[in-house]
Design a protein around this ligand. Structure first.
Ligand code: AMP
Length: 217
């Protein structure tokens, strides 16, 4: 199963990606998580990415595409992968198509998590992320058992800098201008599956698994 998850910030890509990757037994590759891990580790890549992430802008394609190309050379993708947060524009989608064509491993599906604009802000403003393992929680929809503490690793939960309101507005603009066009791109390739991403987390996962299972059966 070679799969892409696409949807606006706050659509629940990270949360659904964890469920889907575990269900299909494939690695979850999140470009945002890779950038945040580099930031935490103080690497050159992390320092470069931070200036873009803090503003809600995209990290330059040259950097991001190389990073993904490297990641897709890792042997753990032999049975597939789930890409979360990549591609984020049509150029990245074209580069990905070329990388996969060279390996003769084309995509199976692109799953769009569709959500109303008004729900996005409420989702993002309630999101809290573990400083240690990166798991996302929501103060209302998916609250941790102990407040401000990660259920998985007891790490401290925090609000991502780019989840603060000023930056979210920019991220939504970037999504509308740069990322949304990839939906038409993948629709024209016959790869797009769209599901409504509102409701309980488990309900959305079931919807996603049913839609994807129909494609691969
Ligand atoms: P995310 O966790 O997917 O919301 O990503 C957080 C931030 O990382 C984005 O707002 C961008 O600044 C950066 N980022 C993640 N994925 C990409 C990508 N494919 N291309 C460029 N920048 C990205």
């Amino acid at each position: 199963m070679r799969l892409i998850l696409v949807g606006p910030p706050g659509a629940g890509k990270g949360t659904q990606a964890v469920h889907l990757a575990s269900h299909f037994g494939i690695p979850h590759i999140s470009t945002g998580d890779i950038f945040r891990a580099n930031l935490k580790g103080g690497t050159e890549l992390g320092i470069l990415a931070q200036s873009y992430m803090d503003k809600g802008d995209l990290v330059p394609d040259s950097v991001t595409n190389e990073m993904v190309k490297d990641r897709l050379n890792n042997p753990d993708v032999a049975n597939g992968f789930l890409l979360d947060g990549f591609p984020r524009n049509v150029f990245q989608a074209e580069v990905l198509r070329a990388i996969l064509a060279e390996k003769q491993t084309p995509l199976d599906a692109v799953l769009e998590l569709a959500i109303d604009d008004k729900e996005i802000i409420s989702r993002i403003s309630g999101r809290r992320t573990c400083k240690n393992c990166g798991t996302s929680f929501h103060l209302v929809n998916s609250a941790p058992v102990i407040s401000d503490t990660c259920d998985n690793c007891q790490g401290e939960l925090y609000q991502r800098e780019d989840d603060k309101e000023e930056v979210v507005t920019r991220r939504l603009e970037v999504y509308a201008e740069q990322t949304k066009p990839i939906i038409a791109f993948y629709r024209s390739e016959g790869l797009l599956i769209s599901i409504t991403a509102t409701g309980e987390v488990s309900e959305i996962s079931q919807r996603a698994i049913a839609a994807l299972s129909a494609v691969i059966s």
